[in-house]
Design a protein. Structure first.
Length: 500
């Protein structure tokens, strides 16, 4: 019997009332294993109402109470990390080691939230005038929402809700309908940790649920991670309804390889960054920019390594790369490879015909490597979100930096070189929000913030780190004057010598 994933509202499972469900498949087999309830606008309203009611008391909870609950949640998440990873593999398809890594990166932000007391400290200036003090404090916003993608069903929500609830907000999560089970398990663990009912809620669905969250007057802020067109829509719509928004969009991350680079290290980095998690991540390296005469050797080294990657079901411990999330996405990724030669690229590796014995109906695609790709090719211009690496050739560092900066995306980038001066110039000149120097996937640690530039981010705040705390709180400045107790009115004795 097909499993049903329902909503989580007010601290308990809420069965879907719309009668509309979406299919959830096992990407390795192509089999529909689960159905997920799609929320109506009224069900979204119920989740927001539960969050609004919980905020009335949660906002006044002590920092000690909040962090104590988060510490318990962290322990439970750590205890159940294999179970969470198995859920990710079953619905997303990534191999178990990748899924475990996802949980570990989410735990980093839970760690940060457990120490939120330091981040929420205010400021005080005394005697700015006679008997006048000024204090700056930060307060929670209220009900906040998170809309998250399929590629990291555990990590990306954990980039949002731990900091939001630690700051005193309540949270409504709308996860991807493609792999929804993890969000329900997280809700159960939060409840087990002692989080009060209504502080964390989950509603599943499609555009109906999303639009209601964007329009709802009680939702004060929206966090989003996904494609650039949807990020732009989220930002425009939610902003028009008076909400604070951080909307992280797509990417086309470049890796510039200079002639002095360690080419073996660069090839290792390119392969892991391009093909890890089947390329379904916004920080994947999808474009290698080879400078000068090293291009042929670098491509050869990448090809040698890529051909050795073992592709198979995520439940097989020997698999290094799993299937793609859906058959439709698999076909879309394959179309970029099939059309590459006609657009002037050289197809070094073509993975479009790949299948796995015994799993023929899975959403399989092999490793693809495209060389000498022109900037006019769709395989270069679009975010493919699959295991396709494009290689572009340039004559100089200046040509390379100009090519990278001409891209409408500015999420992450990297340079491989032995020259510190070249690396320093690159990190200052490149137009991207996250830069790696001999590091291919420069995802910041939890206490720094994650976010790109240009069409990779809409809104003023990056996610997690200090920006996360600022996003989920608003500042208030209090100016106070207290008269000297020695000036108390006649008849009031506070025990101070009189000034009159």
């Amino acid at each position: 019997m097909t499993k049903t994933v329902n909503h989580w509202i007010g601290g308990k499972t809420a069965e879907g009332a719309s009668g509309t469900y979406g299919p959830v498949t096992d990407p390795a087999t192509g089999e529909v294993t689960t159905q997920v309830a799609f929320a109506t606008a009224e069900e979204v309203d119920a989740a927001v109402a539960a969050a609004r009611d919980a905020f009335a008391t949660w906002r006044h909870s002590s920092l000690a109470q909040r962090t104590s609950i988060l510490f318990k949640f962290r322990a439970l998440l750590d205890e159940h990390r294999d179970e969470i990873a198995a859920l990710i593999t079953a619905e997303h398809g990534k191999v178990h080691s990748d899924a475990l890594g996802e949980v570990a990166r989410g735990l980093e932000i839970v760690d940060l939230a457990c120490g939120i007391t330091v981040q929420l400290k205010g400021e005080l200036s005394t005697q700015v005038a006679t008997n006048v003090d000024v204090a700056a404090i930060r307060q929670p916003l209220g009900v906040v929402a998170g809309i998250t993608p399929f590629n990291f069903p555990a990590m990306v929500p954990m980039w949002m809700f731990p900091i939001a609830v630690a700051c005193g907000n309540t949270f409504v999560l709308k996860p991807s309908e493609k792999d929804p089970s993890v969000s329900l398990r997280i809700a159960e663990l939060l409840a087990e940790a002692g989080l009060p009912d209504g502080v964390f809620n989950v509603v599943h669905g499609d555009k109906v649920a999303v639009d209601r969250l964007l329009e709802h007057p009680d939702v004060k802020a929206v966090s989003f991670v996904g494609s650039t067109p949807i990020a732009r829509y989220i930002h425009t719509t939610a902003s028009a309804h008076g909400k604070r928004v951080q909307a992280l969009g797509g990417a086309k991350n470049h890796m510039l390889v200079l002639p002095d680079a360690d080419l073996d290290a660069a090839a290792d980095a390119a392969v892991s960054a391009a093909y890890g998690s089947a390329g379904e991540r916004c920080m994947a390296i999808s474009a290698v920019v080879a400078v000068g005469a090293i291009g042929d050797e670098l491509v050869d080294k990448i090809r040698e390594r890529a051909e050795k990657i073992k592709i198979g079901p995520g439940t097989d411990p020997t698999s290094e790369m799993g299937p793609l999330i859906t058959r439709a996405h698999r076909d879309k990724v394959a179309s970029y490879v099939s059309g590459a030669a006609a657009e002037g690229a050289e197809v070094v590796l073509d993975g479009t015909g790949y299948t796995v014995e015994g799993y023929e109906d899975g959403h399989w695609i092999g490793i693809s490597l495209l060389d000498k790709v022109p900037t006019t090719a769709k395989a270069y211009q679009d975010e493919i979100f699959g295991p396709v690496l494009t290689v572009l050739r340039v004559d100089s560092y200046d040509d390379g930096i100009a090519l990278i900066n001409a891209s409408p995306f500015g999420n992450g980038t990297a340079i491989f070189t032995r020259d510190g001066g070249a690396a320093r110039r690159f990190q200052l000149e490149v137009e991207a929000g996250m830069v790696g120097v001999n590091v291919p996937i420069p995802v910041p640690v939890g206490y720094h913030s994650f976010g790109g530039w240009k069409d990779s981010l809409f809104g003023d705040h990056h996610i997690y780190g200090n920006d996360g705390t600022h996003f989920y709180t608003r500042g208030k400045v209090v100016t106070t004057r207290w008269p000297d107790p020695a000036d108390a009115p006649a008849g009031v004795d506070l025990g101070f010598p009189r000034n009159h």
